[in-house]
Design a protein around this ligand. Structure first.
Ligand SMILES: [Ca+2]
Ligand SMILES: [Ca+2]
Ligand SMILES: [Ca+2]
Length: 146
């Protein structure tokens, strides 16, 4: 799932907490983007997000619960992880699944061309940061706007 890797990136970032934040966040998001873009064509399609979701779905029932989610990230900031998890559990049924993924994908694919570009991914990632981690986001991208 799209968002899924953003989450992992954000959790990893919060653990790292380096002072020169903006570059680190962008780099973390780029790394997560490349991880989802398995065919390396610079475009994330739903099947690639689905594959990421499947990785976290340990018991393969099509649903990722918080325990599975937290288990796939090695860092221990549970509060942040829980915030992120709840954010992407759009229907609040306690797990991440195809339905949540569709909503998340629709949010990412801003120009509706059926794929998520790196630019779209970075925009969404930093927006998400501003919502979930205002203190960190304030250090991000003074180049925003425009
Ligand atoms: Ca791709
Ligand atoms: Ca859900
Ligand atoms: Ca797009």
């Amino acid at each position: 799932m799209l968002a899924f890797w953003i989450l992992v990136a954000l959790v990893a970032f919060s653990a790292a907490q380096t002072p020169s934040g903006s570059r680190t966040i962008v780099e973390a998001l780029k790394t997560s983007y490349n991880r989802v873009d398995t065919n390396g064509d610079g475009k994330l399609v739903p099947s690639e997000f689905q594959a990421s979701l499947n990785v976290a779905d340990k018991d393969h029932n099509g649903k990722v619960i918080f325990r599975e989610y937290i288990g796939s990230s090695t860092t221990a900031d549970r509060d942040l992880a829980e915030k992120i998890f709840n954010h992407f559990d759009f229907d609040n049924d306690g797990h991440l699944d195809d339905d949540d993924l569709k909503v998340a994908f629709a949010q990412l694919d801003v120009n509706r061309d059926g794929g998520v570009s790196l630019a779209e991914y970075l925009t969404e990632g930093t927006t998400l940061l501003a919502i979930l981690l205002p203190s960190v986001a304030s250090t991000v991208a003074p180049t925003a706007a425009g």
